[in-house]
Design a protein around this ligand. Sequence first.
Ligand code: ATP
Length: 250
Amino acid sequence: MGIGQHLRRLTGGADRSAPLVSTAAPAVVLTGVSHGYDGPTVLRDVELTVERGSCVALLGENGSGKSTLLRLVAGRETPDEGTVTVLGRTADEDDPAQRRAVAAVLDSGIGYPDLTVREHLLLVALAHGLGEDAADRVDEVLAELHIAARADALPKELSAGQTQLLMLSQAFVRPPAELLLLDEPEQRIDTAGRGRIAARIVAARAAGGAVLFATHDRQLAHEVADRVLIFTEDGSPQLRPVSDADTADD
Ligand SMILES: Nc1ncnc2c1ncn2[C@@H]1O[C@H](COP(=O)(O)OP(=O)(O)OP(=O)(O)O)[C@@H](O)[C@H]1O
């Protein structure tokens, strides 16, 4: 399938008449959120507000619930109890207004095995309305994240780190997101690449976006976040200033 067909499938059903996302509401509000799967409760009575222009790093050991919280905010899961609102609306990844406002990189699955790196990014740029500026924007992001040399490669031809860079590039090639959700963006990325990702997160905040990201890299948290949400075994993460990042078990 070519990029044109993918684009028609991606945008064909979009509801362009959807009301604009509220400009006054905080980027994210969790109220009394509890959630679990088949076993013990993973998140318990979570309260969290993330304002626009701020960045919260989610810290905690493996299995403590960081990805679960991100999926709830992305509207990919519905909490067992409580409410999750994004820009004033109930979190829902199928809400067209939220699809425009939220950029989420939560897993490493590449969407289109038959599209090259450049075509992936072009598809995202066009789907977000960049029109005739799309190709230039793609070139900028390819250069900025140092993957231009692999622009014509298919996903199966990429290294693990290059795959991660492609995933992250999709969040940066579109117009600045009002909310950026990243699950361990640093994974499989070399030191220089981590610096470039840190710069991108800082730029997203400076443009007025909110950022929520899970990480095992406390240094990255110190560089880009203003607060940390420290996950513990009891499922009730604690919000702290970023200066407390080193108290997390991770
Ligand atoms: N789809 C699922 N079905 C059942 N249990 C799940 C599912 N997803 C996550 N879990 C469980 O929920 C708990 C929290 O998982 P989660 O992925 O949120 O942790 P995490 O903090 O992101 O971990 P890591 O640092 O390893 O990525 C774990 O015990 C995990 O096994």
